[in-house]
Ligand binder design. Structure first.
Ligand code: 13P
Length: 340
């Protein structure tokens, strides 16, 4: 695909007021999410759940793209149309998760490296044929005693760059996702250090691999206090430190930053996004690519029952709308309460 086409897809994914829904949970992840609502993870239940999300009326006002899992890009909605077609007709771009998940990095206890490069060129071409316009690869970096190590950061950055270059060759916009986890008792300063080191390595590898920065999106963690840290940073602190960290290392050529939610509550993830956009004056669009923070309230309302679908869709629409407002720095507690 020509460079300008990659650029226009990347820009459309971060168009004003919109962001991305990550609905690409692997079979293991969705099983865990369903267990919490006491629903068995059968193919039919997974299909019904995704159908509920994707057919929610009006979400295209706030959702530019949806990341799918391999099973979902091949399956059909209740009305018989393939899911990529359902999305396409709403003006939502289908994306695809292409990594095969993190595995233990040998010799480095507590650290992971993401697999999935073997045969990736062929899989990308197939996904492109199934309607995908963009892709996602997630690397995970943990903070702990003596970690992250330089080896772990660089191994993941190298894999991300090889993936991104292959995506662009196949005409897919790569979403590059290096996630520094919020698990642990570390301070926000420690998270900032690890995030900065990770992103530095990622952009150095992306440039080595001749990735077109204008035709990709970055999906990082926000810079947060560790979940167990006794001193939790405030919303304005998170916004200021996250933006400060990103400004040091993310080139202005990248069209957008689409944050993951990483285990934050739905409302807090919206608050943080809102606070960053309210600061204004950024060289890139600041947007979202949330899974849990967009889905969790709707998942809890759905509970696997067809009769709960209208309520779950209303809740999902509301979350998407709140995050859409946060893209402008215009989200408020009154808006949050309006749908309660
Ligand atoms: P969360 O928003 O739940 O962190 O998920 C984002 C994602 O796509 C992880 O790869």
């Amino acid at each position: 695909m020509a460079k300008h086409e990659l650029e226009s897809v990347a820009r459309a994914l971060v168009s004003k007021g919109k962001g991305i829904l990550a609905a690409d949970e692997s079979l293991g992840t969705i099983k865990g999410r369903f267990e919490r609502i006491k629903v068995e993870s059968t193919e039919e239940n997974r299909r019904s759940y995704r159908d509920m999300l994707f057919t929610t009326r009006g979400i295209e006002e706030f959702i530019s793209g949806i990341i799918l899992f391999d099973e979902t890009i091949r399956s059909k909605a209740k009305d018989g149309r393939p899911f990529p077609e359902v999305l396409g007709q709403k003006g939502i771009m289908p994306g695809i998760k292409v990594d095969k998940g993190p595995v233990d990095l040998p010799g480095f206890p507590g650290e992971k490296v993401t697999e999935g490069l073997d045969g990736l060129r062929g899989r990308l071409n197939e996904y492109r044929g199934l309607g995908a316009r963009f892709a996602k690869w997630r690397a995970v970096i943990a903070i702990g005693d003596g970690i992250p190590t330089r080896t772990c950061i660089d191994a993941n950055a190298h894999a991300l760059a090889r993936y991104a270059a292959l995506c662009q060759e196949a005409g897919l916009v790569p979403i590059v996702e290096p996630e520094v986890l919020m698990d642990g008792a570390h301070t926000i300063e420690r998270c900032e250090e690890a995030t900065e080191a990770t992103l530095k390595s990622v952009f150095s590898e992306l440039q080595e691999h001749r990735v077109v920065l204008e035709g990709m999106l970055l999906k990082p963690n926000m810079v947060l206090s560790g979940k167990e840290c006794p001193k939790q940073a405030t919303i304005p602190e998170v916004a200021e430190i996250t933006v400060r960290c990103l400004r040091r290392v993310v080139p202005a050529a990248v069209p957008g930053i689409v944050f993951l939610s990483g285990g934050q509550s739905a409302e807090l993830a919206t608050d943080h996004l809102n606070a960053m956009n309210a600061l204004g004056g950024h060289p890139w669009e600041i947007s979202f690519s949330y899974a849990r923070a967009l889905q969790d309230p709707a998942l809890k309302a759905w509970k696997g029952e067809a009769s709960n679908v209208p309520m779950a869709q209303q809740i999902f629409y509301h979350r998407a709308k709140c995050n859409g407002a946060a893209r402008y720095g215009k989200y408020s507690k009154q808006m949050e309460a309006a749908a309660a």
